[in-house]
Design a protein around this ligand. Structure first.
Ligand code: UT7
Length: 328
């Protein structure tokens, strides 16, 4: 028995921050941002809108699309590095917001690889035979941890999220394979230094702006290009496929140049790749499920198509997943 995707959904907050807006906030230019990242604009939450609100929108849309009631959901998994609170899990808040009275759930912290990690977790739950309806979401309110006076980070990130409903199938469709990795020796290059047990929140940590994302962009870039390309190629080789067999490649959207390098390594042509970083920037755990929902909406996936996902992010974390599209 496999886990297959039976519904997809996404949520992007209404407010939009363009490159032109950023030019007025920090020493940057539309040209630099487009050339170095491919980003033109990003969405940001409005005052008072939080990660669980985005996830509740996504979850309700999944219920609507799958014609299921909230009470039928068994598990809620939320990949996020911007939970509503350090304690409790955002999954618990969403469970309450949507009235999923029979569901249990938890958050998965794997930064930009979070959605692929959560998909693997959800798929294994379905394959175990114990659960029939698992909601897997990836969403981040990056604006809550970005310093909008730091041009190294504020131009890259946006808010948003997406998700899927996983159900069992005994057809050929579903999650075929995944390869996931963690290398904690890379943790120093991309992190939020304070707010955890190493540096609990204090006046000092706030004054030093330690609650914002710190990124050594160059180091992360080099790592991302190599690892995301390697892990994408590796999963194809392992399963006896080539780039030609892939209908659609949905990579984590962190930088257009990283996406192009990974696609080239797998021998994929532009029409096989979903790129939407221009519209949303890097929404961390949100990028892949947002793109997947767009792919479904624009009919880029039909039953039997092979879908390749690939991600990398803080941790370091990275991984790939192969899915044969089709429902139960
Ligand atoms: O999803 C999570 C994982 N994160 C990533 O995958 C991000 C990986 N890294 C990247 O995407 C890129 O490294 C960045 C987009 C963050 C930066 O691009 P880059 O081509 O690596 O630029 P850089 O850091 O090497 O900086 C080049 C120049 C520097 O100026 P000098 O020293 O050459 O005079 C920077 O100070 O660009 C300058 N710079 C900027 N200029 C205008 C850095 N940020 C900006 C900016 N606007 N926003």
């Amino acid at each position: 028995m496999r886990a297959t995707v039976t519904a997809t959904a996404r949520y992007l907050p209404e407010r939009v921050l363009t490159n032109a807006d950023l030019e007025k906030m920090v020493d940057t230019s539309d040209e630099w941002i487009r050339n170095r990242t491919g980003i033109e604009k990003r969405h940001l939450v409005s005052e008072g809108e939080v990660t669980s609100d985005m996830c509740a929108h996504i979850a309700n849309r999944l219920l609507e699309k799958s014609k299921k009631s909230a009470g039928e959901i068994d598990v809620i998994l939320i990949a996020t590095c911007t939970p509503d609170f350090p304690v409790v899990a955002t999954a618990a808040i969403v469970q309450d917001k949507i009235g999923a009275k029979n569901a249990w759930g938890f958050d998965i912290a794997a930064a930009c690889s979070g959605f692929v990690y959560a998909m693997e977790t959800g798929a294994k739950m379905i394959e175990s035979g114990r659960y029939n309806n698992v909601m897997v979401m990836g969403a981040d309110t990056m604006s809550s941890i970005i310093d909008y006076s730091d041009r190294n980070t504020c131009v890259i990130f946006g808010d948003g999220g997406g998700g899927v409903l996983l159900e069992p199938t005994d057809t050929d469709a579903g999650v075929l394979d995944s390869i996931l990795h963690t290398d904690g020796s890379g943790s120093q290059y991309l992190k939020v230094p304070a707010g955890g047990s190493v540096h609990p929140a204090s006046k000092d940590t706030i004054e030093k702006k330690m609650h914002y994302v710190y990124q050594d962009g160059k180091t992360v870039f080099k790592f991302a290009v190599k690892k995301m390309a390697d892990v994408s190629k590796q999963i194809l080789d392992k399963n006896g496929f080539t780039g030609n067999d892939i209908k659609l490649f949905i990579p984590h959207q962190a930088n257009r140049r990283i996406i192009d390098a990974a696609a080239k390594r797998c021998g994929l042509s532009p029409d096989q790749i979903l790129v939407n970083i221009n519209k949303y920037g890097n929404t961390t755990a949100g990028t892949i499920p947002i793109a997947l929902d767009e792919a479904v909406e624009t009919n880029r996936l039909n039953n039997g198509d092979l879908l390749l996902l690939a991600a990398f992010g803080g941790g370091f974390t990275w991984g790939s997943m192969l899915i044969r599209w089709g429902d139960t």
